[in-house]
Design a protein around this ligand. Structure first.
Ligand code: DGL
Length: 273
């Protein structure tokens, strides 16, 4: 009998555990492997070439660990590396395996919610400069006017566990001001670390702005995807196994990672090459 496969979830650090929490909620029976490249986080300030190289190594590792399908929870990796990995690495080295990102589901959700076609995106520098959200949003809705804002301080603040401090409100107000001035009615939280700030963001932009939080939508989209792809679904293990890897084993990963995942996690060390 063939060994059953896992769903892989990859992020630059522990932020993707928030996305994984949402996925596990929708698909509790399945086996999951999480990989956080904590030794090299953040990706959001790095070049496209480096993000691609790190992401390629992550995919190779997860496929060695028996993943059939890998979700890039990281928006930066989804922006800078996903297409090349799908077009080049998978056909060359891992035929039949699937790698999916978070941008298209977020773009579809945002386009389905907006009424005035004014969509805001908060993201890392690398995601914004890649133009990936602009591209995906305009594919779904050619009328969409997209306003992006780079939020460089948010990842370090969240990584430091300071998401509840009043510094966050100050920083968020600064980043959100230009988006509010453009009268956006929909706002994509285009980074793994921003979901945890959703309530604070909501308080600033007001109730009329719909927030697209990837941790709430990716699980549903993946469930639909598996329903449409029974050839993949039937290969997946359903023993509720969860294995966590990180490239640097720190207390921070265990503590904040558990907070993001909503349950205690214990990570094993991953070596990417
Ligand atoms: N995971 C990244 C993202 O979603 C945020 C952290 C980083 O910059 O590596 O874009």
């Amino acid at each position: 009998m063939k060994r059953k496969k896992s769903i892989g979830i990859f992020d630059s650090g522990f932020g993707g555990l928030d996305i994984m929490r949402g996925i596990v909620k929708e698909l509790p029976k399945y086996d999951f492997i999480y990989l956080g490249d904590t030794a090299r986080v953040p990706y959001g300030t790095r070049s496209k070439e480096i993000v691609y190289e790190f992401s390629r190594q992550a995919v190779d590792f997860m496929i060695r660990k028996n993943c059939e399908l890998i979700i890039f929870a990281c928006n930066t990796a989804s922006s800078d590396a996903l297409r090349l990995i799908q077009q080049k690495n998978i056909p060359k080295n891992h035929i039949g395996k699937k790698v999916l990102g978070v941008l298209i589901p977020a773009a579809e959700e945002a386009c389905g919610k907006t009424k005035n076609n004014k969509i805001g995106v908060m993201a890392t520098a690398s995601t914004v400069s890649s133009g990936s959200f602009l591209r995906e949003l305009s594919k779904v809705n050619s009328q969409a006017k997209v306003y992006q804002v780079v939020c460089p301080l948010l990842v370090p603040i969240v990584e430091a566990g300071e998401q509840n401090s009043e510094i966050v409100d100050m920083v968020l107000k600064k980043y959100l001001k230009p988006l509010i001035a453009k009268e956006i009615d929909t706002l994509i939280l285009g980074c793994t670390h921003y979901g945890i700030l959703e309530r604070k963001i909501k308080n600033i932009v007001g109730r009329k702005v719909k927030i697209i939080s990837e941790s709430k939508i990716i699980g549903k989209k993946l469930k639909d995807y598996l329903a449409r792809h029974p050839e993949i679904e039937k290969k997946l293990g359903k023993k509720k196994s969860r294995t966590f890897y990180s490239t640097d084993l720190t207390d921070n990963f265990q503590i904040l990672g558990s907070k993001f995942f909503g349950a205690r996690i214990k990570a094993k060390k991953a070596v990417l090459e």
